[in-house]
Design a protein around this ligand. Structure first.
Ligand code: UD1
Ligand code: MG
Length: 458
């Protein structure tokens, strides 16, 4: 089958009014990726080399987004929404190029898995002209019903056009289809709009093809994989299903999730075997974790690279560009942004490291801040290998701390420090013997005098 060429036509022109959003429905995200991009991924995983995206509502925004998530996709604008067949025909130029298989998919059905599409393509390879992906929803109301006779699909009837008898059928149209490229345009052009909604229904090609004695069949996908998103409650439902699948995959690939239901992945999270993730951890986009790392509870990690055997959190925040090398440690209430923490370096408590390099084996004391921003520009802090930064220090960038540099606690460092130097950036301590006692006595007698004066007033 691999040598059969395949075009995926993804319908995404609809308005999605029930999302109550200024944004086109299919750009709402699941696991940090627009739902239509999930559909694109599934199509590609099923072997589609051509991608045609049919857009309409929010066309400009859709084009802009598509350039990012599917740069190879061609977009076709459907000016008026006259039905699903009409939408597919908008991609006529792509279909007419002549693919063996045409997969019609919906942009708002993001959980479709490549397997369901591969099964449908296999039926085309075996000679079917139209393969409809069916499913059995718990409540079939609203879906097109699959009408079968002798193992062949003879029609799909939209709910509004169903007889009472047909409404009892539980096997429904998930919406997606695989059509033999050789027949696709002819079948689509034969669709009319004589139905309850006055629309050109893609589903009509089933009846048209069977009347021509072409082979038309239905395959079955899981309810979850065919879940269509119409509102934000369904969006959250799809997110939950996606997360559940991803957690399961992570665990089977050797990652320990102590409380899997509390760990959230992104569409592109990479996480190596023998990593342990404690409860309540969030992975935003762009995270890569090698093997054997420990991500402690309540950490928020985004755009970060974490090498083998690193230790992160609890309550750590790794932002884009955080790059932790082997055995680095970033502990509680620390934030790291656009910074390399080299091998074995430790940033353990209440610290901000941004636009910086922390050299191998360096130790960053509690409360250290890289002052990287003057309100206009960002500046770099370079901390050498084996440096020791005393607690509660401010490193005012641009500044360099040499290898083995030693910074006294509470310093404000504004000038670079050479290798192995000790730098104080604070006033020297002055100690006056007996002065504490003297002060205490003076304050106590002043307070007593005040109290006495207040009593005399009454
Ligand atoms: C469709 C199917 C129905 C199936 C159901 C599954 C048809 C006629 N009906 O019904 O059998 O059970 O999906 O969810 O196909 N779109 C366009 N342009 C249009 C019309 C639709 O791009 O002119 C897009 C929509 O944005 C959407 C998809 O096509 O992504 C499906 O359209 P929708 O109106 O949701 O079809 P349903 O009535 O749900
Ligand atoms: Mg729908």
């Amino acid at each position: 089958m691999s040598q059969r060429s395949c075009l995926s036509v993804i319908l995404a022109a609809g308005e999605g009014t029930r999302m109550k959003s200024a944004q086109p429905k299919v750009l709402h995200q699941i696991a940090g990726l627009p739902m239509v991009a999930h559909v694109v991924k599934a199509a590609e995983a099923a072997g589609a080399s051509g991608l045609a995206l049919v857009i309409g509502h929010g066309a400009d925004e859709m084009r802009k987004a598509a350039a990012k998530f599917a740069p190879k996709a061609e977009t076709f604008e459907q000016e008026k929404r006259l039905g699903t067949a009409h939408a597919v025909i908008a991609a006529r130029a792509a279909i007419s190029r002549g693919y063996d298989d045409v997969l019609v998919m919906f942009g708002d059905t993001p959980l479709i898995d490549a397997d369901a599409l591969t099964v449908a393509r296999r039926r085309l390879a075996e000679g079917a002209a139209v393969v409809v992906i069916g499913f059995r929803p718990p409540n079939p109301a609203g879906y097109g019903r699959l009408i079968e006779r002798d193992g062949k699909l003879t029609a799909i009837r939209e709910e509004k056009d169903c007889s009472e008898e047909e409404k009892k059928i539980g096997f429904c149209n998930a919406g997606m289809m695989a059509v033999a490229g050789a027949h696709a345009m002819k079948l689509l052009d034969a669709v009319g709009n004589e139905n309850a909604k006055g629309e050109y229904y893609l589903t009509d090609i089933v009846e048209i093809a069977s009347a021509q004695n072409l082979d038309v069949v239905a395959t079955e996908a899981s309810f979850e994989s065919a879940l269509g998103i119409n509102n934000r409650a369904e969006l959250a439902q799809a997110e939950a299903i996606w997360q559940q699948r991803r957690r399961h995959d992570a665990m089977l690939s050797g990652v320990t999730l102590i409380a899997p239901e509390t760990v959230f992945f992104s569409h592109d999270t990479e996480i190596g075997a023998d990593t342990i993730v404690e409860p309540n951890v969030w992975f935003g986009p762009g995270v890569r974790i090698a093997s054997g790392a420990k991500i402690h509870a309540f950490s928020h990690v985004e755009g970060a690279t974490i090498a083998s055997n690193c230790d992160v959190g609890p309550f750590a925040r790794l932002r884009p560009g955080a790059d932790l090398r082997n055995k680095a440690k970033v502990g509680n209430f620390c934030e790291v942004k656009q910074a390399v923490i080299e091998d074995g370096a430790k940033v353990n408590h209440l610290t901000y490291i941004g636009d910086a390099r922390v050299g191998a084996g360096a130790n960053i004391g509690a409360g250290t801040i890289t002052c990287n921003y003057d309100g206009y520009s960002k500046f770099f802090t370079d901390i050498g290998a084996g440096a020791f930064i005393g607690s509660n220090s401010s490193l005012v960038a641009p500044v360099t701390i040499g290898n083995g540099g030693y910074i006294a606690s509470g310093s404000v460092i504004t000038e670079s420090v050479p290798d192995d130097a000790l730098a104080f950036g604070r006033a020297r301590q002055k100690t006056i013997p007996g002065k504490g006692k003297e002060l205490r006595e003076r304050f106590a007698s002043a307070a007593a005098a005040k109290k006495k004066a207040a009593g005399a007033d009454h």
